[in-house]
Each structure stands twice: as C-alpha cells, then as structure tokens.
Design a protein around this ligand. Structure first.
Ligand SMILES: *Cc1c(COP(=O)(O)O)cnc(C)c1O
Length: 377
C-alpha cells in the first residue's frame, strides 16, 4: 500500500541529498572530532562547516551555535542553562501555556528547584497575550521563553515584539523554533533573539541531532558533565554524521525556501478550502494567516479523531490527532484547551502537516477519505 505521510510536524524523512552527505562520516571519515590526527581533523572541519551553515542561515555567528542531540535537549540546555547562570539576578521565568513539553516540563523542574514560572495565556488563535506578558514582568524576571511557532495549531508568535519587551526590561529571550526553522525565514539579529532551539528531524535531517543558538555574551551553564566538547557547554563525542546532516539540511531548505514554502501553502490552502466547502461544522484552529505554511489543524464536530486515525491508517494515511491517548484515556491537548476549544471539538481534531514530497493528488486522496469517513459515519 502506498503510504501518504501528512505528519511532518512529528518528524520528516531524511532527504536523499542529506543522507548522501552524511554517510561517509560513518564508514570512511569516522574520526573523532577531538582527535589530532588527520582523520580527526577532517571530522572537526566537517563539524565547523556545519556550524557555519547553521549560523549563516539564521543570521548568527559560527561561535554562537552549539550542537545537541535533539530539540528537547536544546530547550533544556537553554532554559536551565540560562536560569542557573542568572539565578543571582532573579528566579522568575515567563513562558506560555502552549509550549511543547520540552519547555513546559523543563519549567516544571525549575519550579521544584525554587524558580517561579508564569505561564501566559493565549487568545483563541493561540497568540500570546502581550499585555499580560508586560504585566507579568517583575524585578526578578531573568528569562522569557516563547515558542516561535506552535507544533499543533501552527500559530506563529509576534517574536520581535516579545523580544523588544524582553530587552526593554533587561531580560533574556529564548525561543523554541523547532517548528519554525525551515518553514519561516529567521534572522536572530533582526528579531533580537538571544537563544533559539532547533531540531534536525523536523527539516529532513535525521533524528538525534539538534542545535542551539546562544548569542555571544549571554551566560549559560552546561547541564551535562563530561568532556569539554562544544566549548565546554555540551559534553559528549560529537555526532559528526548528524551534525553534517543538519548543516546540509538547513542549507538545502533555505536555498529552496520560496518554492518549498509556496508548495506547502498551496497544499494547505487547497486542503482547508476543500474541507470547508465539503464538510459542515468544521473549525480551523490557529491563526488563519499567521500560521506555518504546512499546518492545517481542523476540528470536526462529534467525531472521535483517534478512531479516525485508525481508519486513515488503513488507507495508508499518516496524520495526528488533537489528543494524546495516555492509558486508554484520550486527554485533550493542553494547546487546544488553552485556545478555549470545547472537549467535543478537541476530541475531533485532526492535525495535518504537509511536507516537500506531498502532492496535490495525495491531498485529494486524503480529502476524499475524510469526506467518506466523516459524512457517512
Ligand atoms: C518536535 C518538537 C520539539 C522536540 O524536538 P525533539 O528533537 O523531538 O526532541 C520541541 N519543540 C517543538 C515545538 C517541537 O515541535
């Protein structure tokens, strides 16, 4: 059966051009980047070249990029690292209610360690409340961490405005940009971002490689002990093949940015418009315009999205629901609750996230099956 994959916010396939670039670093150029002989120095050079690629594509300096194992680790390192390094200045952190668990649970851990965290509300489209942000700031606030774009509903936040508010108050601003990198043009200098997390497997590099940008001059503590890799901020032998891959993947995606973005938007808008024409009582979640190019998060009335996922799977369609099934009980997502969705709609929420290899025919197949399942239920 042909697989039609519409879950690119969960992960993406490794693109062939990226795979070919990384393969030699397993079998031929397998040196440890810390070794001093030629094989090691070649690996080191490949790591630094990837660092340069990442920096160039987000408007950062090469020395401001640190490699990690994933987006979650980047979030942990940034938030805990900045909190620990600045705890003499204060213990208050501001984030939002719709962050990924990599951020939310990091903040929960910090709360247990004596930090105070404010979780900002969002409006019905998932945009953070900037007035509440300003009112939440106090003399102990050391860090604001707000995601660039939401992984469920695709909403893109007013990042520059948030950064401006942070800097006016001498507060460090971190953003989880795991969904944004590759889908939104990002220049950390223009946007005044102090720290930014990304993850390779969300933009056609493999799983197990992430990167963190931290602006020069901003202190953060390492959270893992060991060797002195990554300027003593992240111990562990460098994942050279993964690093080469993420460097190649970010270069590829921004090189082809306009056509890729256009392709995703076309599929997304076609899908949304067709569903709105053909299926009654549906609701598009997230901001209609300020949203990721490939994200369509739609709620269907009186539909069980978990069941829908199984039916779609039988047709080879991969998608995602708005609730996570833990111990048999579907728990509506914290993001859908934060935008004020009813439980009925949250339970009937389907997240479709398009990618570069999807075609209009694939999308038509998806629409036809959804009509079949939802209208003839
Ligand atoms: C996927 C994702 C993460 C986690 O990244 P991993 O590399 O899977 O650890 C964090 N934040 C957001 C917004 C994500 O979409």
């Amino acid at each position: 059966m042909k697989i039609r994959y519409f879950d690119h916010a969960a992960t993406t396939p490794v693109s062939n051009i990226v795979l070919q670039e990384m393969l030699p670093y397993y079998e031929i150029q397998y040196g440890n980047a810390s070794s001093i002989y030629t094989l090691g120095r070649q690996a080191k050079r490949a790591v630094e070249n990837a660092r340069k690629n990442i920096a160039k594509n987000i408007g950062a300096k090469q020395q401001e990029i640190y490699f990690t194992s994933c987006g979650s680790e980047s979030d942990n390192l940034a938030i805990k690292g900045i909190a620990y390094a600045n705890k003499n200045k204060g213990n208050h952190i501001i984030t939002s209610k719709i962050e990924h668990h990599a951020v939310l649970n990091t903040c929960k851990t910090l709360e247990k360690q004596g930090f105070e965290v404010t979780y900002l509300d969002v409006d019905n489209n998932g945009i953070v409340d900037l007035v509440q942000l300003m009112n939440s700031i106090n003399s102990n606030t050391i860090l604001i961490s707000i995601m660039f774009a939401n992984n469920e509903i695709g909403t893109i936040q007013p990042i520059k405005q948030i950064a401006e508010i942070a800097h006016k108050n001498n507060i460090i601003f971190h953003t989880d940009a795991v969904q944004a990198v590759g889908n939104v043009k990002i220049n950390v200098e223009e946007l005044m971002i102090d720290s930014l997390s990304m993850s390779g497997h969300k933009f056609y590099a493999p799983k197990g490689i992430g990167a963190l940008y931290v602006k020069e001059g901003i202190n953060f503590e390492k959270i893992q002990d060991g060797g002195h890799q990554e300027k003593d901020k992240r111990a562990g032998t460098e994942n050279v093949a993964g690093i080469v891959a993420i460097g190649k993947a970010i270069d590829e995606i921004y090189k082809n940015f306009d056509s890729y973005n256009e392709h995703l938007k076309n599929l997304r808008d076609f899908y949304i418009e067709e569903l709105e024409k053909n299926i009654p009582n549906i609701k598009l979640n997230g901001d209609r315009y300020n949203r990721l190019p490939g994200n369509a998060n739609i709620s269907f009335k009186n539909v069980n999205a978990q069941e829908l996922l199984f039916k779609l799977d039988e047709k080879g369609i991969c998608a995602s629901a708005g609730s996570a099934c833990s111990t048999g009980n579907p728990m509506p997502s914290h993001v859908l609750m934060a935008i004020g969705l009813s439980e009925n709609l949250a339970e009937g929420t389907l997240r479709i996230t398009f990618g570069k290899d999807n075609t209009k025919e694939d999308v038509q197949f998806l629409i036809d099956n959804l009509r079949e399942f939802i209208l003839k239920k």
